[in-house]
Design a protein around this ligand. Structure first.
Ligand code: SF4
Length: 182
């Protein structure tokens, strides 16, 4: 699969392209897809329970658009602030998760964006979201206007290499052995 030359890129893929422009997502086997989906649903339940206990109201669950899906939208009971929440089933927060969540900033109206896993919630700063939006535009321009160059701009990163399928990359094998999916 290649997205070089395309202007529109899903937030999930764009977040990874921002860390390595040469990234190509590896296909996921059906059984593995099912396992990851089940894990994600279990984490959603844990996160929802935690938010409800903390005084939030659930407004929306898995709201989707073209190529994206926002996991949860809450409203704080006291302040009425709306919080969009990207849920991750991995044990630790990754930079790629924060980037992906920041790319949802204009998808639906919310006052803040957080990344949550089964253990914690991390609210992104407005400075971070703004910086990511600017970087995203630069990455979009690169992969659209100079696909040949972007396809060979290898920048190894532990958040993306382990799910990459760019067989031309000299870092692929070493990276695959060092990380696993959630
Ligand atoms: S394996 Fe290579 S192409 Fe893929 S993300 Fe890592 S550095 Fe980039």
């Amino acid at each position: 699969m290649t997205i070089q030359g395309q202007r529109w890129v899903s937030p999930s893929l764009l977040a990874r392209k921002m860390l390595c422009a040469a990234y190509i997502p590896s296909p996921i086997a059906e059984q593995e897809r099912f396992r990851l989906r089940a894990l994600h649903v279990m984490t959603l339940v844990i996160v929802i329970k935690r938010y409800l206990k903390s005084g939030f109201r659930l407004l929306a669950l898995e709201r989707a658009g073209q190529g994206w899906r926002i996991d949860l939208l809450f409203e704080a009971a006291v302040s009425a602030r709306k919080r969009l929440v990207e849920v991750k089933s991995g044990k630790r927060m990754r930079e790629v998760h924060r980037i992906q969540a920041a790319l949802y900033a204009h998808k639906i109206s919310a006052d803040e964006i957080a990344v949550s896993n089964r253990y914690e919630d991390e609210v992104l700063s407005s400075e971070f979201i703004k910086k990511i939006q600017q970087r995203a535009e630069l990455t979009r321009q690169l992969i659209t206007n100079d696909p040949m160059r972007s396809a060979t701009l290898y920048t190894p990163h532990p958040d993306v290499c382990y799910t990459c399928a760019n067989s031309c990359c000299p870092f692929l094998e070493a990276s695959r052995n060092s990380e696993t999916r959630a």
